[in-house]
Design a protein around this ligand. Structure first.
Ligand code: KG4
Ligand code: ZN
Length: 375
Protein backbone atom coordinates (compact mmCIF):
# COMPACT_ATOMS: atom_id res chain seq x y z
CA UNK A 1 0.00 0.00 0.00
CA UNK A 2 1.46 3.36 -1.06
CA UNK A 3 0.32 6.54 0.66
CA UNK A 4 1.05 10.11 -0.41
CA UNK A 5 1.78 12.32 2.61
CA UNK A 6 1.45 16.12 2.63
CA UNK A 7 2.84 18.31 5.42
CA UNK A 8 2.39 22.10 5.49
CA UNK A 9 1.84 22.89 9.18
CA UNK A 10 4.60 25.49 9.52
CA UNK A 11 7.55 26.57 7.36
CA UNK A 12 8.40 23.40 5.46
CA UNK A 13 6.45 22.24 2.42
CA UNK A 14 6.88 18.49 2.31
CA UNK A 15 5.50 15.59 0.28
CA UNK A 16 6.41 11.91 0.52
CA UNK A 17 5.50 8.46 -0.74
CA UNK A 18 5.63 5.73 1.90
CA UNK A 19 4.99 2.03 1.35
CA UNK A 20 3.25 -0.05 4.01
CA UNK A 21 3.85 2.53 6.74
CA UNK A 22 7.64 2.24 6.86
CA UNK A 23 9.50 2.26 3.58
CA UNK A 24 10.07 5.82 2.35
CA UNK A 25 10.11 5.66 -1.46
CA UNK A 26 10.70 9.40 -1.72
CA UNK A 27 10.57 12.35 0.68
CA UNK A 28 10.88 15.91 -0.62
CA UNK A 29 11.16 18.92 1.68
CA UNK A 30 11.22 22.57 0.61
CA UNK A 31 12.47 24.64 3.51
CA UNK A 32 11.32 28.26 3.80
CA UNK A 33 14.13 29.22 6.22
CA UNK A 34 15.55 31.81 3.81
CA UNK A 35 12.16 33.51 3.48
CA UNK A 36 11.60 33.85 7.24
CA UNK A 37 15.25 34.46 8.20
CA UNK A 38 14.92 38.10 7.25
CA UNK A 39 12.11 38.56 9.82
CA UNK A 40 13.75 36.55 12.62
CA UNK A 41 10.86 34.05 12.81
CA UNK A 42 8.06 32.43 10.81
CA UNK A 43 5.66 34.93 9.18
CA UNK A 44 2.41 32.93 8.76
CA UNK A 45 1.20 34.82 5.67
CA UNK A 46 4.52 34.28 3.86
CA UNK A 47 4.50 30.61 4.90
CA UNK A 48 1.04 30.09 3.33
CA UNK A 49 2.08 31.83 0.12
CA UNK A 50 5.21 29.70 -0.20
CA UNK A 51 3.18 26.50 0.39
CA UNK A 52 0.77 27.53 -2.40
CA UNK A 53 3.66 28.14 -4.77
CA UNK A 54 5.52 24.92 -3.96
CA UNK A 55 2.98 22.22 -3.21
CA UNK A 56 1.49 21.14 -6.56
CA UNK A 57 4.80 21.23 -8.49
CA UNK A 58 6.38 19.21 -5.66
CA UNK A 59 3.64 16.55 -5.82
CA UNK A 60 4.11 16.32 -9.60
CA UNK A 61 7.90 15.95 -9.19
CA UNK A 62 7.52 13.40 -6.38
CA UNK A 63 5.19 11.19 -8.41
CA UNK A 64 7.40 11.55 -11.51
CA UNK A 65 10.44 10.45 -9.48
CA UNK A 66 8.71 7.10 -8.91
CA UNK A 67 7.04 6.92 -12.35
CA UNK A 68 3.69 7.07 -10.61
CA UNK A 69 0.34 8.75 -11.18
CA UNK A 70 -2.25 9.79 -8.59
CA UNK A 71 -4.24 6.74 -9.71
CA UNK A 72 -1.40 4.48 -8.44
CA UNK A 73 -1.84 5.74 -4.86
CA UNK A 74 -3.81 3.84 -2.24
CA UNK A 75 -4.58 6.89 -0.07
CA UNK A 76 -3.78 10.55 0.47
CA UNK A 77 -2.74 11.74 3.92
CA UNK A 78 -2.18 15.25 5.24
CA UNK A 79 -1.50 17.07 8.48
CA UNK A 80 -4.75 18.45 9.90
CA UNK A 81 -3.18 20.18 12.93
CA UNK A 82 -1.79 21.48 15.18
CA UNK A 83 0.00 24.27 13.33
CA UNK A 84 -0.55 27.58 11.53
CA UNK A 85 -4.12 27.46 10.20
CA UNK A 86 -3.38 29.28 6.93
CA UNK A 87 -0.43 26.98 6.24
CA UNK A 88 -2.34 23.81 7.20
CA UNK A 89 -5.25 24.76 4.93
CA UNK A 90 -3.03 24.71 1.82
CA UNK A 91 -2.05 21.08 2.45
CA UNK A 92 -5.50 20.03 3.60
CA UNK A 93 -7.39 21.53 0.65
CA UNK A 94 -4.86 20.12 -1.81
CA UNK A 95 -5.23 16.67 -0.22
CA UNK A 96 -9.02 16.94 -0.31
CA UNK A 97 -9.01 17.96 -3.97
CA UNK A 98 -6.69 15.09 -4.94
CA UNK A 99 -8.81 12.62 -2.97
CA UNK A 100 -12.01 14.00 -4.50
CA UNK A 101 -10.88 13.74 -8.11
CA UNK A 102 -9.16 10.37 -7.67
CA UNK A 103 -11.66 8.72 -5.34
CA UNK A 104 -8.84 7.71 -2.96
CA UNK A 105 -9.39 7.80 0.82
CA UNK A 106 -8.30 10.96 2.64
CA UNK A 107 -6.49 10.38 5.94
CA UNK A 108 -6.03 13.39 8.26
CA UNK A 109 -3.09 13.10 10.67
CA UNK A 110 -2.09 14.80 13.94
CA UNK A 111 1.29 16.52 13.49
CA UNK A 112 2.82 15.57 16.85
CA UNK A 113 1.52 12.01 16.56
CA UNK A 114 3.30 11.86 13.19
CA UNK A 115 6.58 13.10 14.78
CA UNK A 116 6.23 10.34 17.40
CA UNK A 117 5.91 7.77 14.58
CA UNK A 118 9.08 8.95 12.75
CA UNK A 119 11.46 6.39 14.40
CA UNK A 120 9.77 3.63 12.37
CA UNK A 121 10.67 5.09 8.94
CA UNK A 122 13.40 3.58 6.76
CA UNK A 123 14.79 4.94 3.52
CA UNK A 124 17.78 5.16 1.24
CA UNK A 125 19.80 8.39 1.39
CA UNK A 126 18.79 9.37 -2.14
CA UNK A 127 15.10 9.04 -1.30
CA UNK A 128 15.28 12.19 0.87
CA UNK A 129 15.69 15.49 -0.91
CA UNK A 130 15.82 18.92 0.75
CA UNK A 131 15.41 22.16 -1.18
CA UNK A 132 15.94 25.66 0.19
CA UNK A 133 13.43 28.13 -1.26
CA UNK A 134 14.90 31.48 -2.06
CA UNK A 135 12.65 34.52 -1.41
CA UNK A 136 13.44 36.22 -4.72
CA UNK A 137 13.85 33.27 -7.06
CA UNK A 138 11.04 33.02 -9.60
CA UNK A 139 11.73 29.32 -10.07
CA UNK A 140 11.25 28.96 -6.34
CA UNK A 141 14.35 27.03 -5.35
CA UNK A 142 18.09 27.45 -5.37
CA UNK A 143 19.86 24.75 -3.40
CA UNK A 144 19.18 21.06 -3.48
CA UNK A 145 20.78 18.35 -1.42
CA UNK A 146 19.87 14.94 -0.22
CA UNK A 147 19.41 14.22 3.46
CA UNK A 148 20.32 11.02 5.18
CA UNK A 149 17.43 8.73 6.00
CA UNK A 150 17.63 5.64 8.14
CA UNK A 151 18.55 2.55 6.16
CA UNK A 152 17.51 -0.98 6.97
CA UNK A 153 21.12 -1.83 7.87
CA UNK A 154 21.30 1.08 10.31
CA UNK A 155 17.97 0.13 11.76
CA UNK A 156 19.35 -3.30 12.54
CA UNK A 157 22.01 -1.59 14.72
CA UNK A 158 19.46 0.45 16.65
CA UNK A 159 17.50 -0.78 19.63
CA UNK A 160 14.12 -1.97 18.34
CA UNK A 161 11.17 0.18 19.30
CA UNK A 162 7.96 -1.56 20.34
CA UNK A 163 4.72 -0.35 21.88
CA UNK A 164 4.33 0.98 24.50
CA UNK A 165 7.16 3.52 24.62
CA UNK A 166 7.61 6.98 26.05
CA UNK A 167 7.87 9.68 23.37
CA UNK A 168 9.52 13.03 23.91
CA UNK A 169 8.41 15.41 21.15
CA UNK A 170 10.59 18.52 21.09
CA UNK A 171 10.23 21.07 18.32
CA UNK A 172 9.70 24.76 17.66
CA UNK A 173 6.04 24.52 18.60
CA UNK A 174 5.81 21.55 20.95
CA UNK A 175 7.41 20.02 24.00
CA UNK A 176 5.45 16.98 25.14
CA UNK A 177 6.07 13.70 26.88
CA UNK A 178 3.57 10.98 26.07
CA UNK A 179 3.11 7.31 26.64
CA UNK A 180 2.64 5.90 23.13
CA UNK A 181 0.37 2.86 23.45
CA UNK A 182 -0.32 2.36 19.73
CA UNK A 183 0.53 4.40 16.60
CA UNK A 184 -2.34 6.76 17.35
CA UNK A 185 -3.17 6.14 21.00
CA UNK A 186 -1.39 8.34 23.52
CA UNK A 187 -1.46 9.29 27.16
CA UNK A 188 -0.13 12.79 27.61
CA UNK A 189 2.32 12.81 30.54
CA UNK A 190 3.70 16.34 30.40
CA UNK A 191 3.87 19.41 28.21
CA UNK A 192 5.32 22.88 28.34
CA UNK A 193 3.45 25.54 30.27
CA UNK A 194 5.07 28.32 28.23
CA UNK A 195 7.77 28.16 25.50
CA UNK A 196 8.61 25.03 23.51
CA UNK A 197 12.21 23.80 23.73
CA UNK A 198 12.97 24.76 20.10
CA UNK A 199 11.40 28.16 20.67
CA UNK A 200 13.79 28.70 23.61
CA UNK A 201 16.76 27.82 21.34
CA UNK A 202 15.45 30.23 18.70
CA UNK A 203 14.93 33.03 21.23
CA UNK A 204 18.40 32.67 22.77
CA UNK A 205 19.92 32.80 19.28
CA UNK A 206 17.88 35.94 18.64
CA UNK A 207 19.14 37.51 21.90
CA UNK A 208 22.67 36.82 20.68
CA UNK A 209 21.79 38.09 17.18
CA UNK A 210 22.98 34.84 15.64
CA UNK A 211 20.26 34.24 13.04
CA UNK A 212 17.22 32.02 12.47
CA UNK A 213 16.46 29.22 13.22
CA UNK A 214 18.59 29.32 16.33
CA UNK A 215 18.66 25.65 17.33
CA UNK A 216 21.25 24.43 14.82
CA UNK A 217 23.42 27.56 15.35
CA UNK A 218 23.44 27.30 19.17
CA UNK A 219 24.08 23.55 18.83
CA UNK A 220 27.11 24.14 16.57
CA UNK A 221 28.58 26.83 18.84
CA UNK A 222 27.99 24.73 21.96
CA UNK A 223 29.88 21.86 20.31
CA UNK A 224 32.95 23.94 19.42
CA UNK A 225 36.02 22.32 20.87
CA UNK A 226 36.95 23.56 24.35
CA UNK A 227 33.54 24.96 25.31
CA UNK A 228 32.45 24.61 28.91
CA UNK A 229 28.75 24.03 29.61
CA UNK A 230 29.30 24.41 33.34
CA UNK A 231 30.81 27.90 33.16
CA UNK A 232 27.53 29.77 33.64
CA UNK A 233 25.01 28.66 36.21
CA UNK A 234 21.61 28.77 34.52
CA UNK A 235 18.35 27.54 36.12
CA UNK A 236 16.77 24.11 35.52
CA UNK A 237 13.09 25.13 35.81
CA UNK A 238 10.28 23.00 37.32
CA UNK A 239 12.53 20.18 38.44
CA UNK A 240 10.72 19.09 41.62
CA UNK A 241 9.42 15.52 41.31
CA UNK A 242 5.80 16.70 41.58
CA UNK A 243 6.33 19.12 38.66
CA UNK A 244 5.92 16.96 35.57
CA UNK A 245 5.46 19.76 33.03
CA UNK A 246 8.18 21.80 31.32
CA UNK A 247 8.86 25.53 31.47
CA UNK A 248 11.53 27.28 29.41
CA UNK A 249 10.65 30.96 29.60
CA UNK A 250 12.49 31.48 32.94
CA UNK A 251 15.61 29.88 31.48
CA UNK A 252 15.38 32.16 28.46
CA UNK A 253 15.04 35.22 30.76
CA UNK A 254 18.00 34.08 32.90
CA UNK A 255 20.06 33.68 29.70
CA UNK A 256 19.06 37.19 28.59
CA UNK A 257 20.28 38.60 31.96
CA UNK A 258 23.52 36.65 31.58
CA UNK A 259 24.10 38.12 28.09
CA UNK A 260 23.33 41.61 29.44
CA UNK A 261 25.74 41.15 32.38
CA UNK A 262 28.44 39.98 29.98
CA UNK A 263 28.15 43.29 28.09
CA UNK A 264 25.48 42.46 25.50
CA UNK A 265 25.45 40.34 22.31
CA UNK A 266 28.33 42.18 20.61
CA UNK A 267 30.65 41.69 23.61
CA UNK A 268 29.68 38.00 23.91
CA UNK A 269 30.22 37.38 20.20
CA UNK A 270 33.60 39.17 20.28
CA UNK A 271 35.02 36.36 22.43
CA UNK A 272 34.51 32.90 20.84
CA UNK A 273 35.16 31.17 24.17
CA UNK A 274 32.47 33.18 25.99
CA UNK A 275 30.03 32.74 23.08
CA UNK A 276 30.59 28.97 23.06
CA UNK A 277 30.28 28.74 26.83
CA UNK A 278 27.02 30.73 26.92
CA UNK A 279 25.54 28.47 24.21
CA UNK A 280 26.84 25.30 25.90
CA UNK A 281 25.58 26.36 29.35
CA UNK A 282 22.11 27.13 27.95
CA UNK A 283 22.02 23.90 25.93
CA UNK A 284 23.14 21.85 28.90
CA UNK A 285 20.30 23.27 31.02
CA UNK A 286 17.72 22.37 28.35
CA UNK A 287 19.15 18.88 27.82
CA UNK A 288 19.26 18.15 31.56
CA UNK A 289 15.62 19.18 32.02
CA UNK A 290 14.41 17.18 29.00
CA UNK A 291 16.26 13.99 29.88
CA UNK A 292 15.53 14.10 33.63
CA UNK A 293 11.81 14.45 32.98
CA UNK A 294 11.89 11.77 30.26
CA UNK A 295 13.65 9.37 32.64
CA UNK A 296 11.14 10.06 35.43
CA UNK A 297 8.26 9.55 32.96
CA UNK A 298 9.67 6.15 31.96
CA UNK A 299 10.04 5.15 35.60
CA UNK A 300 6.47 6.25 36.42
CA UNK A 301 5.03 4.47 33.38
CA UNK A 302 7.14 1.38 33.99
CA UNK A 303 8.51 1.58 30.42
CA UNK A 304 12.16 1.25 29.42
CA UNK A 305 12.00 2.65 25.88
CA UNK A 306 12.27 6.29 24.88
CA UNK A 307 11.88 7.86 21.42
CA UNK A 308 13.06 11.47 21.06
CA UNK A 309 11.54 13.22 18.04
CA UNK A 310 10.98 16.69 16.52
CA UNK A 311 13.45 19.32 15.29
CA UNK A 312 15.29 19.59 18.63
CA UNK A 313 16.01 15.84 18.45
CA UNK A 314 18.74 16.84 15.92
CA UNK A 315 20.63 18.47 18.82
CA UNK A 316 24.10 17.05 19.40
CA UNK A 317 24.04 17.72 23.16
CA UNK A 318 20.69 15.96 23.51
CA UNK A 319 21.91 12.94 21.53
CA UNK A 320 25.12 12.73 23.59
CA UNK A 321 23.18 13.16 26.85
CA UNK A 322 20.71 10.45 25.86
CA UNK A 323 23.56 8.07 25.09
CA UNK A 324 24.49 8.29 28.79
CA UNK A 325 21.01 6.97 29.64
CA UNK A 326 21.66 3.85 27.59
CA UNK A 327 22.18 0.73 29.60
CA UNK A 328 19.20 1.15 31.86
CA UNK A 329 16.99 2.43 29.06
CA UNK A 330 16.75 2.06 25.32
CA UNK A 331 16.73 5.41 23.48
CA UNK A 332 15.87 5.86 19.80
CA UNK A 333 16.22 8.99 17.64
CA UNK A 334 14.99 9.24 14.04
CA UNK A 335 17.72 10.44 11.64
CA UNK A 336 17.75 14.27 11.29
CA UNK A 337 15.88 14.08 7.94
CA UNK A 338 12.88 12.66 9.83
CA UNK A 339 13.25 14.81 12.99
CA UNK A 340 12.40 18.18 11.45
CA UNK A 341 9.03 18.56 9.71
CA UNK A 342 8.54 16.04 6.90
CA UNK A 343 5.67 14.34 5.10
CA UNK A 344 7.11 10.82 5.38
CA UNK A 345 6.06 10.66 9.03
CA UNK A 346 2.55 11.75 7.98
CA UNK A 347 2.23 9.06 5.29
CA UNK A 348 3.80 6.47 7.62
CA UNK A 349 1.35 7.06 10.45
CA UNK A 350 -1.60 7.29 8.03
CA UNK A 351 -1.02 3.64 7.06
CA UNK A 352 -2.10 2.64 10.59
CA UNK A 353 -5.23 4.82 10.41
CA UNK A 354 -6.36 3.55 6.99
CA UNK A 355 -9.16 1.28 8.27
CA UNK A 356 -11.01 4.25 9.80
CA UNK A 357 -11.04 6.01 6.43
CA UNK A 358 -11.80 3.28 3.89
CA UNK A 359 -13.92 4.71 1.06
CA UNK A 360 -14.29 8.02 2.87
CA UNK A 361 -13.49 11.58 1.85
CA UNK A 362 -14.66 14.11 4.42
CA UNK A 363 -14.86 17.24 2.30
CA UNK A 364 -15.81 19.42 5.27
CA UNK A 365 -12.63 18.54 7.15
CA UNK A 366 -11.04 21.70 8.58
CA UNK A 367 -7.55 22.67 9.72
CA UNK A 368 -7.11 22.88 13.51
CA UNK A 369 -4.54 25.21 15.10
CA UNK A 370 -4.36 23.39 18.38
CA UNK A 371 -5.55 19.84 18.96
CA UNK A 372 -4.84 17.31 21.74
CA UNK A 373 -2.97 14.08 21.01
CA UNK A 374 -5.46 11.28 20.19
CA UNK A 375 -6.08 8.91 23.10
O1 KG4 B 1 9.95 19.85 14.14
P1 KG4 B 1 10.34 21.15 13.57
O2 KG4 B 1 10.99 21.16 12.21
O3 KG4 B 1 9.12 22.12 13.44
C1 KG4 B 1 8.09 22.20 14.40
O4 KG4 B 1 7.16 21.35 14.38
O5 KG4 B 1 8.20 23.15 15.22
O6 KG4 B 1 11.30 21.86 14.63
C2 KG4 B 1 11.92 23.11 14.40
C3 KG4 B 1 12.66 23.52 15.66
C4 KG4 B 1 13.24 24.93 15.60
O7 KG4 B 1 12.90 25.60 16.79
C5 KG4 B 1 14.74 24.68 15.50
O8 KG4 B 1 15.52 25.71 16.08
C6 KG4 B 1 14.88 23.38 16.28
O9 KG4 B 1 13.77 22.62 15.90
N1 KG4 B 1 16.12 22.67 15.94
C7 KG4 B 1 17.12 22.47 16.82
C8 KG4 B 1 18.16 21.82 16.11
N2 KG4 B 1 17.76 21.66 14.82
C9 KG4 B 1 16.50 22.18 14.74
N3 KG4 B 1 17.21 22.76 18.13
C10 KG4 B 1 18.36 22.44 18.75
N4 KG4 B 1 19.41 21.84 18.14
C11 KG4 B 1 19.35 21.52 16.83
N5 KG4 B 1 20.40 20.94 16.23
ZN1 ZN C 1 6.94 19.57 13.74
Amino acid sequence: MIILGIETSCDETSVALVQDGRRVLASHIASQIRIHQHWGGVVPELASRAHIKMLLPMIRELLDSQNMQVSDLDAIACTQGPGLVGALLIGLETAKSLAYVSGKPLIPVHHVAAHLYAPFLVSTDTACKVTMISPDDEAGTDTVHTAKGQTLAELADMPPLAYPYVGLAVSGGHTSLALVREPSKFELLAETVDDAAGEAFDKVAKLLELGYPGGPIVDRLARTEGTNGKRYDLPRPMMRRDQRDFSFSGLKTATSYLIRDLGGPEAVKADPQILGDVCASFQQAVVEVLLTKARRAMDTAGVKQLAIVGGVACNGGLRAGAARLLGRYSVVFPPPAFCTDNAAMVAGLAYHLRDEHVGKINLSLNAVASMPLPH
